[in-house]
Design a protein around this ligand. Structure first.
Ligand SMILES: [Zn+2]
Length: 120
């Protein structure tokens, strides 16, 4: 796969034509309406399957996500906002806890809603 970074928060990924043909067969099935939806769901499931299972989401609201880390044996409350992310356990703006939280699709949706709200 080839990938291009873009400034709007999306990346463009090129897949072989044969993949695209197979993906297109699923459009209209299982509630999918586009290639992007199918690819996102497939990648999300893959990442969840292979992500180190020492991290789990306890709960989250608009800006805070509680993550249990069984390696550190602690719960960290990370802040995910459109202005930036912060993890107190790592004292970092980019760490495995933040990446794990961002992979959860409902949190990503929340962040997108905030963006729309702020742009008004
Ligand atoms: Zn962290």
């Amino acid at each position: 796969m080839e990938e291009k970074e873009r400034k709007d928060g999306y990346s463009t990924i090129r897949v072989p034509q044969q993949f695209a043909i197979e993906i297109d067969k699923l459009i209209g099935a299982h509630g999918f309406t586009s290639r992007a939806e199918i690819v996102k769901e497939a990648v999300r499931q893959y990442l969840q399957k292979y992500e180190d299972p020492h991290l789990s989401i306890i709960n989250h609201d608009n800006n805070e996500t509680k993550i249990r880390d069984t390696k550190l044996n602690q719960i960290t409350t990370i802040n995910i906002t459109t202005k930036g992310n912060y993890c107190p356990a790592c004292d970092a703006s980019n760490c495995e806890h933040i990446r794990f939280a961002l992979m959860q699709s409902d949190i990503i949706k929340t962040t997108k809603k905030e963006k729309k709200f702020e742009s008004k």
